[in-house]
Design a protein around this ligand. Structure first.
Ligand SMILES: Cc1cc2nc3c(=O)[nH]c(=O)nc-3n(C[C@H](O)[C@H](O)[C@H](O)COP(=O)(O)OP(=O)(O)OC[C@H]3O[C@@H](n4cnc5c(N)ncnc54)[C@H](O)[C@@H]3O)c2cc1C
Ligand code: SF4
Length: 645
């Protein structure tokens, strides 16, 4: 935005007031959108400062409106925050209403400073910063209203609320909101909050990669909130109570929507669409719903009954799940519109194994199986004869899951061969550590190049040592073979787990694809065909549950808009929210260090004996204590807008 007259964003003051437009200094630390929903953006206020682009906006009324929202979120853990914000809000109401007293501006300033220095969490401490800035740089507007006893003109305000953890979560779950409810053991309400954006609380409470924890403000103080473990607490409580919620539908529409794929993306979209009243049918080629959650993730991390319970809740909304139907062969994509479906959401995941590039590769050899297929068979309870030795190729979570599954099946010597070093391993650290504790060997900087067999049975793999060269496109150092370093690893089985690609051959090029074979979509998840939407791993390549859920939610919102109004309005605030709240820097407030609560785990020697769940649920006491560590870092964001974009 080039017409900013004043900005104090992130402490960087740009004051163009009184200058000719040509002499304006630019604000380069914040990208404000020019318009919102047909309005022109005129000013902005949030936790890190104040930006004015139109002098017609009255800064006092803007601060009043902003603090009204802040007041709703102030929690009451400390008197200075709770009462101080209330007094500030009343004072701003008084001044902007034309009834301010001469001492009011001093009162506001001293309260804001006290709240900033002494609140017990981040929320109030940071929320008052833009009000302080308005007092400092627009004192004349405040005193003008007080002396003239005149009410301030009002603008139209748009309010959004987020937090650093919420912004890091692809589904933007209201994390501080449900954590506070968990602290107070209001588990049913906590689940209601979670299910607004994530219909898999028990599943993600176990297997989510927890991007939110990486961006938790507590990282800079002691250790991040155990958000994933906390989310599991109300979900397990509900399951133990035997109650299965029946979510209420917002209405009924006769419009039918088809979803291809009953993984997390497909089910999240179905859940949202059904809540909006659509008649949803989900087609899946597998006999059971869940996608990779059921065929990939092993039971010791995600027990089958947890997933079944959550897919049942989705079905209870009246969604029809039709298993054993492969789109492309049983039903053609183009037939769906003939069957009356007004829109289609493709969520078919990434299930095609990549070519491992190993010589003498022949899947007819005994002892050569793709890792994904191996996990699917193990998860489905197929009898797998344990061997003495197995080599697993790859460094991601699938490789780790294959290795830990082999141990539980009774394989004696389980070795992962990975071509880079530990630092570059894409698998989560905690998973790698768990595998090593259980007895998995990891052979770094090596790769199998040739399969050696006897009578069509795998007996060994020829490998070559690697060294690390320059970083490649992924930013990780490229593995380079060391000439003449070939060596033999004897084995009875080789399981490649080097990543998967989407199989979207059923689309027959009816939708545009990316150059690597994924489905190309707009940020709304719409494909090149206006009534066809896509999301999850078939768009991104192998990713995570929560990214799939987020894509499903987004697609549902876009399908709803498209079917109602024939077009989709882009989310103009998403990028601003991201800029404003992903930044987790903090100053102010007094926060004591505290110990993160961790769930109990089965001892490694016991784990490998069966597929029992490794991680336990936090106790209610531990959950209350852990939830109490949350700093409620909500960021209120207010845009003042004027007519006409
Ligand atoms: C071994 C393993 C472990 C993982 N662990 C984790 C983890 O701990 N945490 C995490 O966040 N993520 C994990 N992931 C990744 C996560 O499971 C995926 O990112 C997620 O499941 C993708 O969801 P999706 O809905 O896009 O696709 P999927 O879950 O793959 O679901 C796609 C569905 O579409 C169906 N389908 C495909 N083609 C057709 C067709 N033509 N017709 C009808 N149906 C079709 C499939 O049968 C499947 O049910 C793991 C993945 C694997 C492989
Ligand atoms: S302390 Fe709480 S609100 Fe703040 S980032 Fe962490 S989880 Fe989110």
């Amino acid at each position: 935005m080039d017409r900013v007259t004043f900005s104090s964003w992130a402490g960087n003051v740009v004051d163009n007031r009184g200058l000719d437009f040509g002499k304006f200094s630019a604000v380069d630390n914040l990208e404000l959108p020019l318009g919102y929903d047909g309005y022109r953006v005129a000013a902005f206020m949030s936790w890190n400062g104040l930006v004015m682009a139109d002098d017609g906006v009255n800064v006092v009324d803007m601060a009043r409106s902003y603090l009204t929202e802040v007041k709703k979120l102030a929690c009451g853990r400390c008197t200075i925050g709770y009462s101080g914000i209330r007094v500030m809000s009343d004072t701003l109401n008084r001044i902007s209403g034309g009834q301010g007293k001469p001492e009011d501006t001093d009162l506001l300033g001293s309260l804001a400073a006290a709240i900033s220095d002494s609140s017990k969490c981040d929320f109030c401490a940071l929320a008052v910063k833009p009000v302080l800035d308005s007092l400092k740089y627009y004192q004349d507007v405040y005193t003008g209203l007080v002396t003239r006893k005149k009410a301030a003109p009002k603008s139209v305000y748009i309010i959004k609320i987020t937090a650093p953890c919420m912004e890091a979560c692809p589904a933007h779950q209201d994390i501080p909101g449900y954590i506070e409810l968990i602290e107070n053991r209001r588990y049913t309400e906590a689940l209601e909050v979670i299910r607004q954006t994530n219909c898999f609380p028990g599943t993600t409470g176990r297997a989510c990669v927890a991007f939110c924890e990486d961006n938790c403000v507590r990282n800079d103080i002691d250790s991040p909130l155990a958000i994933r473990a906390l989310k599991r607490v109300p979900a397990d409580h509900e399951a133990a109570s035997g109650l299965t919620p029946v979510p209420g539908r917002a209405g009924e529409s006769r419009q039918k929507v088809a979803v291809i794929g009953a993984g997390p993306a497909g089910l999240a979209a179905s859940y949202s669409l059904a809540l909006k009243g659509y008649q949803v049918t989900v087609f899946d080629e597998q006999p059971a719903a869940g996608g990779m959650l059921s065929t990939g993730i092993p039971q010791y991390r995600l027990p089958g009954d947890v997933l079944t319970r959550e897919t049942n809740i989705v079905e209870r909304l009246g969604i029809e799940i039709r298993p054993n139907i492969k789109i492309g062969s049983d039903i053609k994509l183009e037939q769906l519109s003939q069957q009356g479906f007004k829109a289609v959401f493709i969520a078919t995941g990434a299930h095609l194994s990549r070519d491992a590039g190993i010589d003498n590769w022949n899947e007819r050899y005994e002892g050569l199986v793709q890792g994904i297929k191996f996990l699917r068979e193990a998860n489905r309870g197929k009898k797998i004869e344990p061997r003495d030795r197995v080599l697993i190729v790859g460094g991601g979570n699938t490789a780790i899951d294959c290795a830990r599954t082999c141990l539980r099946l009774g394989f004696k010597e389980v070795t992962i061969v990975y071509r880079r070093s530990r630092t570059e391993m894409p698998a989560r650290d905690e998973e790698v550590e768990a595998a090593e504790k259980e007895g998995v060997n990891i052979h770094f900087l090596a790769v199998p190049t040739r399969i050696i067999t006897e009578n069509s049975r795998v007996t060994a793999a020829e490998c070559i040592k690697m060294e690390l060269g320059e970083p490649d496109a992924s930013g990780r150092r490229r593995p380079v073979p060391v000439k003449g370093s070939e060596f033999i690893l004897e084995t009875d089985m080789v399981l490649p787990a080097i990543g998967e690609l989407p199989d979207v051959s059923f689309t027959k090029n009816r939708v545009e694809l990316t150059d690597w074979g994924g489905i190309k979509v707009a940020p709304s998840q719409q494909t090149s065909q206006p009534t066809v939407f896509a999301g999850g791993d078939c768009v991104t390549g192998p990713a995570t549950i929560i990214e799939a859920v987020a894509a499903g939610n987004r697609a549902a919102a876009s399908i709803d808009q498209y079917l109602k109004q024939g077009s989709i309005t882009p989310d103009q605030m998403a990028s601003l929210l991201h800029q404003v709240a992903l930044d987790r820097q903090r100053d102010g407030g007094i926060v004591a260090k505290s110990q993160r609560q961790s769930p109990e785990e089965l001892p490694p020697a016991e784990r490998v004996l069966n597929f029992n769940e490794v991680e336990k649920c936090l106790t209610a006491e531990a959950a209350t204590e852990e939830a109490g560590r949350c700093l409620r870092c909500y960021r209120v964001m207010l845009l003042a807008v004027n007519e006409g974009e």
